[in-house]
Design a binder for this molecule. Structure first.
Ligand SMILES: [Zn+2]
Length: 69
């Protein structure tokens, strides 16, 4: 881990496909990893996405920024 950029995978071992368009995120500069948690359980789910695509489907007022680590 560490760093950012086209190879960053976050807390999972490999890049996940974009949950919006279904396409590959390999090499994407705007790749984001989204963690979903459940209030009454320890279950976690990870979703990968292109930030631009995620922004296009978020409710108004929400946005995703890509931060350089
Ligand atoms: Zn996408």
């Amino acid at each position: 881990m560490g760093g950012d950029g086209p190879e960053w995978t976050g807390l999972v071992s490999q890049r996940l496909r974009c949950c919006v368009c279904g396409g590959s995120t390999d090499g994407s500069e705007d790749y984001v990893l989204v963690e979903l948690t459940a209030r009454f359980s320890d279950a976690r789910q990870w979703l990968g996405a292109h930030a631009d695509h995620l922004n296009s489907v978020l409710a108004e007022g929400f946005s995703v920024e890509v931060h350089q680590m």
